[in-house]
Design a protein around this ligand. Structure first.
Ligand code: ZN
Length: 162
């Protein structure tokens, strides 16, 4: 038997390899040192009680900020990335609220790119491919805006030269 780790396993952690090979005895000392697979436990407030829940690595939510009625209602996600847009009134409107989020549909959890484009609190749940497609449109939109602004700057310069 070879001790060489197959190529497809070279990226996985020792803990995952051990988990995949249940016949191999665990080594407590090494297990304590290898924390890559240890769940990240975070405090959460549920019905006034502080409990500890497992968060995905990317989760930046403060689960103590709000008292939740049911543990299943806890949302995991990154901090939102928003675009501040100036409005006629001089106020700034935050739109294109995007974040990574774990969603649970009928007990099936998956991570999505949650995009609340209009600021109405309703998010589209995009997978990586869909999010990339949106991002392509977004970047193209940015280029068009830049072109308009460059036109404006040229117009301003011409008007200033008069
Ligand atoms: Zn979390």
């Amino acid at each position: 038997m070879s001790s060489t780790v197959p190529n497809h396993l070279s990226q996985v952690t020792a803990a995952k390899v051990r988990a995949a090979l249940p016949g191999i005895p665990q080594q407590p000392a090494r297990e304590a040192a290898d924390r890559s697979d240890a769940p990240t436990l975070s405090p959460a407030l549920v019905q006034g009680q502080t409990i500890y829940i497992e968060c995905p690595d990317y989760c930046q939510a403060d689960h103590m900020a709000e008292d939740i009625a049911f543990i299943g209602d806890i949302d995991h996600g990154t901090m939102p990335v928003v675009l501040a847009v100036p409005t006629y009134s001089g106020e700034v409107e935050k739109v294109l609220d995007a974040r990574l989020m774990t969603v649970d549909h009928s007990g099936e959890c998956r991570t999505v790119f949650a995009l609340d484009g209009m600021g109405d609190g309703e998010s589209a749940e995009l997978d990586g491919t869909q999010a990339l497609a949106f991002l392509d449109q977004y970047m193209a939109h940015g280029e068009k805006l830049k072109s308009l602004v460059q036109q404006l700057i040229a117009i301003e310069a011409a008007e200033g030269a008069r």
